[in-house]
Design a protein around this ligand. Sequence first.
Ligand SMILES: [Zn+2]
Length: 201
Amino acid sequence: MFFRVPFLVQILFRRRIWRGKDANAVYLTFDDGPDRDTTPWVLDLLKRENIKATFFCIGQNIENNPSLFNDILENGHSIGNHTFNHEKGTKTEKSTYINSIYKTEALYPSEFFRPPYGRMNVFQVNKLISMGKKIIMWTWNAQDYKKSSNHAHIIEKAKIIQGRDILLFHNSKKSAQNMKKSLPEVIKIVKQKQLLFKLLD
Ligand SMILES: [Zn+2]
């Protein structure tokens, strides 16, 4: 798995959004929350660093952690839909998949959608685009959820971050250790590159 998504992949799946618009900015995103182990920690850090980010939330986790979800909103961050039960599109029937997205939409409507595992079939993509959704992928994946990953490696790979990149971290028990040890350093590196942090638009 690559930290930087190859350009060819971006071309092949051109109806999905892989990069932001501003060459002087990066776009920080967090998947899978709200999560008690990581989300409060991230919100504190982002407040101190004066950074706004986009959280792609799982509907079930919004239902389980309503006050944590409110904290994300109250801190001025943006929300994206990440399905209700983290379904893998290519393994899920179209109607089940779309229902899962609507169920999450009912909790909080957002124009942004990110497919779990990055996987979706062409029918699902067509349907989402017809619903007016922006399908947001990522350019740089911290892979903080991987057992084989470690924070030093993630920090090393942050050197390749450049303007317009959409950065992907996770809010989950699995990613907690790698994320907490690497994110502050990654933020530092991005700031040293004199790049801004922006919300997706
Ligand atoms: Zn996910």
